[in-house]
Design a protein around this ligand. Sequence first.
Ligand SMILES: NC(=O)c1ccc[n+]([C@@H]2O[C@H](COP(=O)([O-])OP(=O)(O)OC[C@H]3O[C@@H](n4cnc5c(N)ncnc54)[C@H](O)[C@@H]3O)[C@@H](O)[C@H]2O)c1
Length: 347
Amino acid sequence: MNLTLVRGDGIGPEIVDSAVKVLDKIANKYKHKVSYTSVLAGGCAIDECGFPLPQSTIDACLRSDSVLLGAVGGPKWDTLPGHLRPERALLGIRKELGLYANIRPVKLYKALSGRCPLRNTESFDIVIVRELIGGMYFGKSGRAFGEMGEEAFDTETYSALEIERIGRTAFEYAKKRRKKVTSVDKANVLESSRLWREVMHRLSREYPDIEYGDMLVDNAAMQLIRNPMQFDVIVTSNMFGDILSDEASQLTGSIGLLPSASLGDSKRAMYEPIHGSAPDITGKGIANPIATILSVAMMLSFTFRLEDEAKEIEDAVEAVLDEGFLTNDIGGELTTDEITEKILEKI
Ligand SMILES: NC(=O)c1ccc[n+]([C@@H]2O[C@H](COP(=O)([O-])OP(=O)(O)OC[C@H]3O[C@@H](n4cnc5c(N)ncnc54)[C@H](O)[C@@H]3O)[C@@H](O)[C@H]2O)c1
């Protein structure tokens, strides 16, 4: 396995280092060879070379089998103009690698059901399939002067092809699960959402065994809290997916638990926690590394088809939580290193 590590900013280096320890232990146990190339992206790249995504980082990502990323961004770079901000690096890697599908499993662990803010919710298991390289985050944006003075605009554009490929990812994923897809849009207001809905309807006819439904995003935000158990696979646009998955993360107890896989048409993909660089806890040694460790499990399963190895990591995490070993964000006192050690002991 030839991996590129993008540690990034804030807690990024702390959690990536934990995940690498877990990957090394699994690789050693199952006799796989892993080589790593570390590269800069985000704020650290701005400090070092003046821009967030150096070409050498893109080249390294393109040369590797997969990318493991921590997080980018932080207050130090918040006043930079949009095109120079650390977050541009993320968007750039996703675009350069053609990673249009972001898979975000959201699962409530039994051991953490008490951390779920909903009453009488003991379990749910949702996957949010978020479109990743289109829509508002990649549309035309800018500043202007209009009748009301200074203006700014961001545009949402989706082609039928972009919608179809993310839709197909969701339907195919649902086949392996509880066979239900909910497409989330804002078709009562947005033209891009009306096309989204038309394409999803066409696609749903190719998958008669999958139960399909549409939901407006405002209702989806409400339904996630009212009854998360009703969902299996949610498919949605870049921006709606970004917001809904952060909302959903809170139902699991902490955003520090949620991994993700960003996939394209090739096997090469990027794996990263859904959370950001958490500047408020950076350097304290208390970041929860589980989201990044579970991202490694997704990488072993999705890119390398190493299902036993992936499952061993997932089981180790679950066992550690079951035994009550918890970090601060989920009501415990273990440090990043201590919980990593507990997970390593289970492998
Ligand atoms: N993928 C990415 O790199 C990514 C994603 C989102 C935000 N960001 C950037 O991160 C910076 C901070 O953003 P934010 O504060 O809105 O979101 P954030 O996800 O970094 O933090 C939100 C809250 O969750 C907590 N948290 C996050 N990850 C945690 C973990 N692993 N363990 C324990 N607690 C954790 C933080 O301490 C904070 O209180 C910004 O610059 C933002 O642009 C980057």
